[in-house]
Design a protein around this ligand. Structure first.
Ligand code: SAM
Length: 263
């Protein structure tokens, strides 16, 4: 089994039997609300009313459903059938099994593509370019591609929060910092963690223009992962990240990065 086939098998197992993705953005921690609100506003404030939106790696429809309820015509694809079945239960959009690297849709058939998942599961730059190129192909000229990534400086979070690192200091942490390749151990079947500059270069290579880069949560998101919902903290974190999430000093210090480009 090649490396990506192993990651893909891990994804099937993780999302069908280990992790409840449906609850991740609703009840898990105070970070959930921060991520959900920020993603919805980064997308919702840019796209035109009634857009045709393809949510690639859309899982159970946590973002697809509110976008459909806001009047957009949404289609969701995800490789994990169990998640697609849950997505179909919303009844507000079409959902089917599919893979970001090869979409069955015609050229120019959407105004918006969302890639909130695939890029951090694809190990090679070649596969990530395939996924981005497919998103670009199915979106009509003038449309939007939104792509999320996990920043490779993620272990700064653990230390900033006072977590004692294992001894000896894990070589795997150094490898993520240097190359973006996460360790194969652990239950999360990750493929690649980005820097903001690398993510921008990948969107450029796919032909996207007017690229914007934003921290989705900002540094506060790390601490909020450990806390239950707290409205005052949430509002403070939102204010900080709305004002500073695009700055180079801030955008990598976050649970998730968002790149936005025009076709
Ligand atoms: C962390 S979840 C994110 C779900 C949702 N898009 C969100 O933003 O909350 C990542 C999703 O990416 C999907 N995924 C992984 N590899 C993919 C691929 N090659 N093509 C499409 N989706 C993929 C997974 O099945 C999973 O549902």
């Amino acid at each position: 089994m090649d490396e990506q086939a192993g990651i893909d098998a891990g994804i099937q197992h993780y999302y069908s039997s280990v992790f409840d993705e449906d609850a991740r953005l609703t009840t898990r921690s105070a970070q959930s609300a921060l991520e959900f609100i920020r993603v919805q506003e980064l997308v919702g404030t840019r796209i035109a009313a009634g857009s045709r939106v393809l949510d690639i790696g859309g899982a159970t429809g946590i973002h697809a459903n509110p976008l459909a309820e806001a009047g957009h015509r949404v289609t969701l694809v995800d490789p994990v059938e169990e998640q697609v079945v849950k997505a179909q239960r919303h009844g507000t959009f079409h959902a089917e099994v599919g893979d970001a690297r090869q979409l069955r849709f015609a050229d120019n058939s959407f105004e918006v593509a969302l890639l909130f998942g695939p890029l951090y599961y694809l190990r090679t730059a070649e596969d990530r370019l395939k996924a981005l190129a497919e998103a670009v192909r199915v979106v009509a000229p003038g449309g939007w591609v939104f792509a999320a990534a996990i920043p490779r400086f993620i272990h700064h979070a653990a230390v900033s929060l006072g977590n004692i690192p294992p001894k000896p200091y894990p070589q795997a942490w150094v490898e993520v910092l240097e190359s973006g390749t996460p360790a194969p151990s652990g239950r999360f079947p990750a493929g690649h963690f980005h820097t903001a500059e690398e993510l921008e270069a990948e969107l450029q290579a796919a032909g996207l223009t007017a690229i914007e880069l934003h921290a989705i949560e900002g540094p506060a998101g790390f601490a909020l992962e450990r806390l239950p919902n707290d409205e005052a903290l949430l509002q403070a974190a939102l204010t900080l990240v709305r004002r500073t999430g695009h700055l180079t000093a801030i955008r990598d210090m976050t649970n998730h990065l968002m790149a936005i480009g025009r076709v």
